[in-house]
Write a protein that binds this ligand. Sequence first.
Ligand SMILES: N=C(N)NCCCC[C@H](N)C(=O)O
Ligand SMILES: O=C(O)CCC(=O)C(=O)O
Ligand SMILES: [Fe+2]
Length: 330
Amino acid sequence: MSTDFKSIPLIDIGPLLAKCDDPDMGEDPGVAEVVRQLDRACREAGFFYVKGHGIPESLIKKVRTSTREFFKLPYEEKSKIKMTPVAGYRGYQRVGENITKGVPDMHEAIDCYREVRQGMYGDLGKVMEGCNQWPVNPPDLKPIMEEYVSLCTELSRKIMRGIALALGGSPNEFEGQRAGDPFWVLRIIGYPGASKANGLGTPENDIGCGAHTDYGLLTLVNQDDDITALQVKNLSGEWISAVPIPGTFVCNIGDMLKVWSNGLYDSTLHRVINSCPRYRVCVAYFYEPNFDVPVEPLDVCVRRTGGTRKFGRACYGEHLVSKVQTNFVE
Ligand SMILES: N=C(N)NCCCC[C@H](N)C(=O)O
Ligand SMILES: O=C(O)CCC(=O)C(=O)O
Ligand SMILES: [Fe+2]
């Protein structure tokens, strides 16, 4: 359960990355300090900023620039890669098409998923079968995003090694069968400026994305530097803003980590309200478990939470499919 946190902690993960693939990384004092901070952040907020992550700032900026360029195109152009169930729910969705708890969200997006070949996960994976739909314009969007996904995947694997230690496990707790063949999701998102979204000049009412939790393990949010819009709910119900900190990612934990950790860590509710008149872009990368692995509380976490299993067995693929099938207007 999250606490009454008033701000979101910032963690320099440099020391963790430096030693991340050493078998005895846990004994390194620099790693131990990062692990302590990760543990505290995951227990208290389920959200943290990371710096020292090693992904070049130039690429992070290009990701947002090409995103902005795409959303500036006319609808006819954007709709050439329209999201459809047949494409495995990959592609472009216009403002209002994504719904959260029954309410249309004031954002447009391109959804991308790790590609799923026919029959790869049997019936479980059918809904997600398909290839990503990339726009022709801007031409560099596809290569930029592909490079970005591969760097985010590697970074997330390393952060998860730190989180595994934080939970009292071995560093490779989330490798192999659990998340050694990770599924991933990329959401390329644009939030219209406040007055444009509702035309009434009542910015408080523009819900860019309604309150939700993320579905998998770990999310890396790459947001515009100059607009505050992401809000995280604390225990007493206050919304704490994740004010952009240049050079950092906002990270948060997802539903599957809540199950694996037996609730030691929670997937915290968050939402997006762009009350700024300017258009906001955000690219969210989601690092997820193996698509078809059974997810149940780790023994070490059950012991640390009083010996009772709080959750039954879950499956990421099933969870994703149930979300995707209810996320869109018909
Ligand atoms: N893949 C992830 N985590 N996407 C998060 C999207 C959240 C909004 C969605 N309509 C919902 O209600 O879940
Ligand atoms: O726009 C943001 O800052 C976060 C978006 C988000 O929470 C999501 O796509 O899951
Ligand atoms: Fe989210």
